[in-house]
Design a protein around this ligand. Structure first.
Ligand code: FPP
Length: 246
């Protein structure tokens, strides 16, 4: 018997995650916030493994937003350091499993060491054909739209030629289909300037689970919820009576 494709089985092709709740998770343990981020990193690796197992093709995680610079200096430097630690600890393992790493965000503001580490991760996995993992780092959805417009203008795209499709080619995730499923952990119900352009028709899923506690079971629950959604992309359900839809 032929196995159903992941999509046919209700598994999203592209999952985008706001990994919220690391600070609260650490505070509950009387530990500094960076302790939560460290555990959060382990969760990212577990989630990558599980996405591969389920047949997800693209996973995008929000690791550092354009607004996160407002955090205390030691937390910001701790997060920057975590990039270096994470790459030295996990890059070889992820690469051997076929993961391809991309980084989306404004690199001009991060240190040379961090920029170099991201470059190494991208180069090292450039020929891999497995799960595409995009780390949104110093990323903001508004920044993405502005940088896409700037690059299109610099390329000489004429105003009348600037269609949605044309602009998409300049967006940071131009290599990926739009996310099908957006997950936010940590109990907050907002998008927080993540992938504003790309999330137009994503199914939204919010859970109170704090990111370091988000495990395979939680991810499967999100997938099960997604599989029950009726995606219409602004159209109507085939054979259904008319009614409001989006
Ligand atoms: C939000 O939780 C989390 C972040 C701003 C950082 C996310 C980073 C990781 C999970 C580490 C993985 C890093 C890489 C490079 C892949 P919060 O600190 O706002 O939590 P709170 O709402 O409980 O305070």
């Amino acid at each position: 018997m032929a196995l159903a494709s992941p999509e046919a089985a209700g598994v999203p092709r592209h999952v985008a995650i706001v990994m919220d709740g690391n600070g609260r998770w650490a505070r509950k343990r009387f530990m500094p916030r960076i302790f939560g981020h460290k555990y959060g990193m382990e969760t990212v690796v577990r989630v990558i493994d599980h996405c591969q197992k389920r047949g997800v093709e693209y996973l995008t995680v929000y690791a550092f937003s354009s607004e996160n610079w407002k955090r205390p200096e030691d937390e910001v430097s701790g997060l920057m350091n975590l990039v270096l630690v994470g790459i030295s600890k996990y890059l070889a393992k992820l690469a051997s499993r076929g993961v391809r790493i991309h980084v989306a965000g404004d690199r001009s503001k991060v240190s040379e060491r961090v920029r170099q580490a991201w470059h190494e991760a991208e180069e090292h996995t450039r020929h891999n054909t497995g799960l595409h993992v995009t780390v949104a780092f110093n990323y903001g959805g508004r920044w993405d739209i502005v940088q896409a417009c700037q690059r299109a203008l610099a390329d000489g795209v004429a105003p009348e030629a600037l269609s949605e499709e044309a602009l998409s080619r300049y967006m940071a995730l131009s290599y990926a289909p739009d996310p099908d499923l957006f997950i936010r952990t940590g109990g907050e119900v907002r998008i927080s300037n993540f992938l504003l352009w790309q999330l137009a028709y994503a199914e939204l899923y919010f859970t109170d689970c704090l990111w370091p506690d988000f495990d395979e079971h939680e991810l499967d629950q999100a997938f099960a919820d997604y599989a029950r959604r009726d995606r219409r992309f602004g159209g109507v359900k085939t054979g259904a009576a008319s009614g409001p839809s989006a």
